[in-house]
Ligand binder design. Structure first.
Ligand SMILES: Cc1cc2nc3c(=O)[nH]c(=O)nc-3n(C[C@H](O)[C@H](O)[C@H](O)COP(=O)(O)OP(=O)(O)OC[C@H]3O[C@@H](n4cnc5c(N)ncnc54)[C@H](O)[C@@H]3O)c2cc1C
Length: 335
């Protein structure tokens, strides 16, 4: 196998993939996380970052995006190789391991854990001129670190909960925050809309961005007002956050030579989270078994089961039952 081969390639950087990465470190398994989005956290950051979750053990109440940052911090303790903006399109059995192909290249691993949720997520893109040119040069579709927007001029585009919530939150740290939405009707909680109105953010409705402009980085946006009563607005924008939602795609799974559920939208696993391909495991929302329940709590448990059995696949002399993390931490401190 090539030199950069890891013990376990984790396909998907959602909550279950992140916990699997942490757990791999506990069991001395080197791992990589390959995620199609430009940020880790899965649906906790792409679909409902602003929502509170009430059924994560140990947290009476936690905001989805805060849970994602905790999981990222926890995963980082295991030093996984993190590959963002890469979707795994092929998983091939080669010699003693696996080759995973993405549009950017090939990854090699001795075993694989698929934690792809409901499929490869990709943002619905803005189509105005300049949107493609300034992607990741001022235009972002997901917030990976709010600090990036400190003292910057930010335009948030969209009318759902994520757009409203980020516009409100960034108002306290950005130099200016403007929300642009194509109608006067929002698809968000009334309380959030009221808080946004009180926050000091500028709100422009019945309007659309018709051009993103700048040199090497986004500098301004042109806003066209639908009623045509007002002139186009030219707005300073160091960043434009486009919050149009995400599409998901499960079609790649068809080519992975792994047995799928009858609906072809989940991967069949046994009680060890093994798929029909030896050395390949699945967990979280993408895994299907007789007792399946798609929740974070059950996904985290499945990740621990998958990693512990991957350990025995990687080294048959190892036990699937791990030492407790409390004992591992103590023995590492002493050595
Ligand atoms: C609105 C909403 C509210 C929810 N509330 C709760 C709640 O209160 N409690 C609860 O327990 N659960 C809740 N859930 C469910 C919870 O979000 C999921 O169970 C959880 O996100 C599953 O985690 P996951 O890591 O399996 O998948 P995901 O979070 O979907 O993450 C999977 C990641 O894998 C990536 N990926 C997929 N395929 C590939 C590929 N081929 N290559 C590279 N990357 C890939 C995707 O881009 C994605 O980022 C809620 C879900 C929604 C939509």
């Amino acid at each position: 196998m090539p030199q950069n081969t890891v013990d376990l390639a984790i396909v998907g950087g959602g909550p279950v993939g992140l916990f699997a990465a942490y757990y791999s470190g506990l069991r001395n398994i080197s791992c990589s996380i390959i995620e199609s989005l430009p940020a880790l956290g899965g649906r906790l950051v792409s679909v409902f970052p602003e929502k509170f979750i009430y059924d994560v053990p140990g947290f009476p109440k936690i905001r989805a995006r805060d849970l994602a940052s905790n999981l990222i911090k926890q995963a980082q303790q295991s030093s996984p190789t993190i590959c963002l903006n890469e979707r795994v399109e092929k998983i091939l059995k080669v010699n003693a391991g696996f080759e995973l192909a993405t549009p950017l290249g090939k990854h090699h691993a001795k075993s694989v854990l698929i934690v792809g949720g409901i499929g490869v997520a990709s943002p619905q893109k803005h189509s105005a001129p300049g949107a493609a040119k300034f992607e990741e040069k001022g235009i972002e579709y997901i917030v990976s670190d709010p600090e990036k927007y400190r003292d910057k001029h930010v335009v948030v585009v969209g009318g759902g909960d994520s757009a409203i919530d980020w516009a409100q939150e960034l108002t306290s740290i950005a130099a200016s925050t403007t929300l642009v939405h194509r109608t006067a009707r929002f698809r968000a909680h009334e309380r959030n809309i009221a808080q946004l109105k009180e926050s000091g953010a500028r709100i422009i409705t019945d309007a659309e961005i018709t051009s993103f402009e700048g040199n090497t980085h986004l500098h301004q946006v042109i806003i066209k007002h639908k009623n045509n009563l007002a002139e186009d607005t030219v707005l300073r924008a160091d960043h434009a956050l486009i919050m149009f939602g995400f599409r998901t795609d499960l079609s790649f799974m068809q080519d992975w030579s792994i047995e799928l559920s009858a609906d072809q939208d989940q991967i069949l696993v046994n009680e060890k989270m093994e798929t029909s391909l030896l050395g390949v495991y699945a967990a979280g929302d993408i895994a299907s078994h007789a007792a399946k329940i798609t929740l974070l709590a059950t996904g985290f448990g499945e990740a621990a089961i998958a990693v512990n059995f991957a350990k025995t696949f990687l080294d048959p002399n190892e036990d699937s039952q791990p030492m407790y993390s409390t004992s591992i931490a103590e023995s590492r401190k002493q050595s």
